[in-house]
Design a protein around this ligand. Structure first.
Ligand code: EPZ
Length: 426
């Protein structure tokens, strides 16, 4: 398994360009299942979860051409004949977002067989709200041998109020409702920018959706959807990761091609902690090595502070003067990075869903283990300021959601290299 070797101490200087958002690209690729016409998506990030989605769609009979290396990463997907509307355990176990095909398949094909995702490093993450919503749209659902079997002649519009705010749950039901008979009203929806981006694509495909990005979404069902071309929004979590990297290394870094309005909670919290930031159109500049002051932070659904930036913020809090309390409200087990940061010299106490971070603590290099996508990013940030050479194991977690991470970091001065598994296959 690949490792990263990072020598800390270099300020990040220059410009880094942000890629398309993984968490917008995945539902937009699933949306192509809703039509037999070609869907062209631009700005698709070159990350492993996109490859997995490609394999998932191809296994159902879709023609998918990933456009990496082409202008705008133009990717085309055509689902003319979906011979087998199924998402196998083999694929779903590697990426739980595969469950995003459930709603579109039932809506388009009248049936779907999708593996239940199983456990995850950051929490139980059930899909009961996806299933409950589809039943309210009239689908017959059975669970057998680890699979959800869903069927419906045609889905019927309904009023659905989510018991809990769920991002992919909102996206799954939104896609299903586009081809349902009549009107669907979704209440207590996720307001993440990725949901609005998906709705933008669906409306270009001929859907009739209002209110995406708010808590209430109205969908007038249509009998057929068409092809469309759509550019995926920038990745706000990747942007947040680089902004925190620039701050922690005391650099002068310009994060270009992002959407600052999608990052307000992160930018406000960083300012509160003393980070100097300048917004300039689609760029955020982070400057200087002014000391950070401790600031408590709680993760919330959008527009609150994103849980996907919690680990990166914790790394920054280890370098702040004072005590920061980090509260994780979305997932029940998202502090896997804390013990690895403690191995590097941080002072962090976990109390249930709260992490008490006492700083400032100088960090030292150590051998550390990546456990999930965002936890891995926080270890990279810590290694960039640690004294000595840190070795990060299992960086495949990072490859799932960060495009050319080490190249981008090296491009702004980081001392980072990837080591293939000398014993295993290169
Ligand atoms: C999306 O996951 C993102 N993934 C996650 O990003 C992100 O952390 C999460 O939203 C929260 O912002 C994608 O968009 C592909 P949820 P999702 O359903 O949709 C509970 C990353 O790092 N819940 O909003 O799976 C659930 O257990 C990833 O890029 C139910 O109880 O998250 C959690 O506690 C990690 N039943 C809460 O709701 C359900 O049916 C929010 O989860 C669904 C969710």
């Amino acid at each position: 398994m690949d490792k990263f070797v990072i020598r800390g101490g270099e300020p990040l200087l220059g410009t880094v360009r942000i890629s398309g958002a993984k968490n917008a690209a995945l539902p937009c690729m699933a949306a192509a299942l809703l039509t037999d016409q070609p869907v062209i998506l631009e700005n698709i990030p070159q990350v492993r979860d996109i490859q997995t989605t490609r394999n998932l769609l191809a296994a159902m009979g879709a023609e998918v051409e990933l456009g990496f290396g082409r202008a705008q990463h133009r990717t085309s997907i055509q689902c003319a004949n979906l011979s087998s509307p199924e998402a196998s355990y083999e694929l779903v176990k590697t990426m739980r977002a595969s469950t995003l095909v459930l709603g579109p398949l039932v809506a388009r094909c009248g049936r779907a067989r999708v593996s239940l995702p199983g456990g995850c490093a950051i929490g139980a993450r059930p899909i009961d709200l996806h299933i409950k919503g589809l039943e309210q749209l009239g689908a017959k659902i059975a669970q057998e041998h680890g699979y959800v079997e869903a069927s419906a002649t045609r889905l019927k519009g309904a009023e659905i109020a989510f018991d809990k705010i769920t991002v992919t749950g909102t996206e799954d039901l939104l896609m299903a409702a586009t081809l349902a008979e009549g009107e669907t009203v979704l209440q207590n929806c996720a307001r993440e920018p990725e949901v609005a981006d998906l709705a933008d694509l669906l409306n270009k495909m001929g859907a009739s959706i209002e209110g995406a990005g708010t808590s209430t979404i109205r969908v007038q069902g249509v009998s057929k959807l068409n092809g469309a071309k759509h550019r995926i929004i920038p990745d706000r979590i990747e942007a947040g990761t680089f902004i925190i990297a620039g701050a922690m290394t005391g650099g002068d870094l310009n994060i270009a091609g992002c959407e600052p309005t999608h990052l307000e909670a992160v930018l406000n919290k960083l300012r509160e902690a003393g980070v100097k930031l300048k917004i300039n159109g689609e760029s955020v500049r982070v400057m200087g090595d002014n000391p950070f002051t401790a600031a408590d932070m709680s993760t919330e659904e959008h527009p609150g502070f994103p849980t996907d930036c919690q680990a990166q913020y914790m790394a920054l809090a280890t370098q702040a003067e004072g005590t920061s309390v980090v509260t994780e409200n979305i997932f029940e087990n998202r502090f896997m990075h804390a013990q690895e940061l403690v191995r590097m010299g941080a002072n962090i106490k976990i109390e249930g869903r709260r992490a008490v971070v006492r700083g400032k603590t100088p960090l030292q290099s150590a051998a550390v283990m990546c456990s999930d996508l965002r936890a891995s990013a926080s270890l990279v940030l810590a290694a960039l300021v640690a004294d000595g050479e840190t070795i990060l194991d299992r960086v495949y977690h990072l490859d799932r959601g960060y495009e050319h991470f080490e190249e981008k970091l090296r491009g702004v001065g980081a001392q980072i290299r990837r080591m293939g598994d000398v014993f295993g296959k290169k």
